[in-house]
Design a protein around this ligand. Structure first.
Ligand SMILES: Cc1cc2nc3c(=O)[nH]c(=O)nc-3n(C[C@H](O)[C@H](O)[C@H](O)COP(=O)(O)O)c2cc1C
Length: 359
């Protein structure tokens, strides 16, 4: 790395919470449950965020196992952030306090979700068009929590490409820091853009230049370790929030750390390394959800894990049929028993996948 990866490996802080390296696991609705986060942390992510949760859901979660699993935090995964979404500023404080009681170290507020239903309910990305309400939410969450718990935001670069949208971005960005926000993650796409077209890294550069010492985490198009290093180098952001690039690919965290340390690129995971990761992830998911739900949840990860197997299409098809533990173990026995090199899947990463999602 031309600028010497060591600078990029620098830890940073979100308020009083130390983040050991710039390599972060993003909030991912439908994915970043405790199992995915623990795996990410064990395999190199310095910090991770849970999937976005509706404020009212959190405040009124009850005792149902399935619902409680969505809030669950493991002892080994600190620091971990919990993310909230809603429309009414008064609904946020009880939810934020509940997440802190569950063990979350940082409370993040979602101003990025582009899903139509969410926008229609004046939540997520919609609030980028309502700076006064967005800032009221930030202030109320900040006031509701003890000072040692940082409050952070996730923003897209605007609702759309209009000058008004850009003004609103800066109003929320500066206003949130003025109200005590400790860091802001910026996804370089507009809400209108959803996932079409690139994330604007030049915008991220401008944001970090404007922010100075204030902490900015970058998001968008981080599909490889090389891309993560490039974002850090090109934009100067304090951390990279790896999202789609981490689904079924926990190796990306160590691969990024290696490049940042100035080491040669790590080899692709071998078939046995893939098997071990799949076993670990499955076990974490079973522990969290029980066998039936783990079966459903892990299918969508497994389809992505399959990309680095030399027989990727056959493996993918086999995983699609998995329901319970025996099915999972049978796929591992059939395709992962004999070791060999992994497949380079860089060419077939589907960058438009999962567009109907939350940030
Ligand atoms: C399936 C999926 C779920 C997502 N869920 C969330 C979420 O819950 N909260 C959030 O702030 N962003 C969410 N995002 C947005 C990502 O965190 C990230 O900002 C976005 O995917 C851009 O990064 P990428 O191009 O590297 O994937 C989600 C994205 C995807 C694809």
């Amino acid at each position: 790395m031309s600028i010497g990866g060591k600078r990029c490996l620098a830890p940073f802080s979100i308020g009083g919470v130390s983040i050991g390296s710039p390599v972060v696991q993003a909030a991912l609705s439908g994915y970043s449950d405790r199992a995915m986060r623990v795996l990410a942390r064990r395999h190199g992510a310095a910090y991770s965020l849970g999937e976005v949760l509706l404020d009212k859901f959190v405040a009124e979660v009850g005792t149902n196992r399935r619902n409680l699993a969505r809030l669950a935090v493991a002892d080994e995964e600190h620091p971990v952030g919990g993310q909230l979404m809603g429309s009414n500023p008064d609904d946020f404080p009880p939810a934020a306090r509940r997440l802190v009681a569950e063990g979350y170290d940082v409370i993040d507020i979602n101003f990025g979700c582009p899903v139509k239903k969410v926008l229609g309910r004046c939540r997520g990305g919609y609030l980028l068009s309502q700076p006064a309400t967005a800032l009221e939410i930030v202030a109320k969450v900040r006031d509701a929590l003890p000072p040692h718990v940082p409050v952070t935001l996730k923003m897209r670069r605007g609702l759309d490409d209009s000058p008004e949208s850009l003004d609103n971005f800066w109003t929320i960005f500066d206003g949130a820091f003025a109200r005590g926000a400790a860091a802001i993650t910026v996804h370089g796409r507009t809400v209108k853009q959803k996932y079409v077209g690139p994330s604007d890294w030049e915008f991220l550069t401008a944001v970090k230049r404007h922010a100075g010492d204030r902490v900015v985490i970058g998001s968008g198009d981080l599909f490889s370790a090389q891309a993560c290093v490039a974002m850090l180098e090109q934009t100067g952001v304090d951390g990279v929030s790896i999202a789609r690039g981490a689904i079924g690919n926990p190796w990306i965290f160590r691969q990024t750390l290696a490049l940042l340390a100035g080491d040669p690129p790590l080899p692709l995971p071998t078939i046995h390394e893939q098997r071990d990761m799949l076993r670990e992830h499955w076990q974490l998911s079973m522990d969290l959800h029980g066998e039936q739900v783990a079966g459903r949840s892990m299918r969508k990860f497994a389809i992505k894990y399959a990309r680095v197997h030399p027989e990727h299409l056959a493996v993918r098809d086999a995983f699609i049929g998995v329901k319970v533990n025996d099915d999972w173990q049978a796929v591992l026995a059939r395709f992962y028993g004999i070791d060999g090199p992994g497949r380079d899947s860089a060419a077939d990463i589907d960058e438009t996948a999962d567009c109907d999602s939350s940030g």
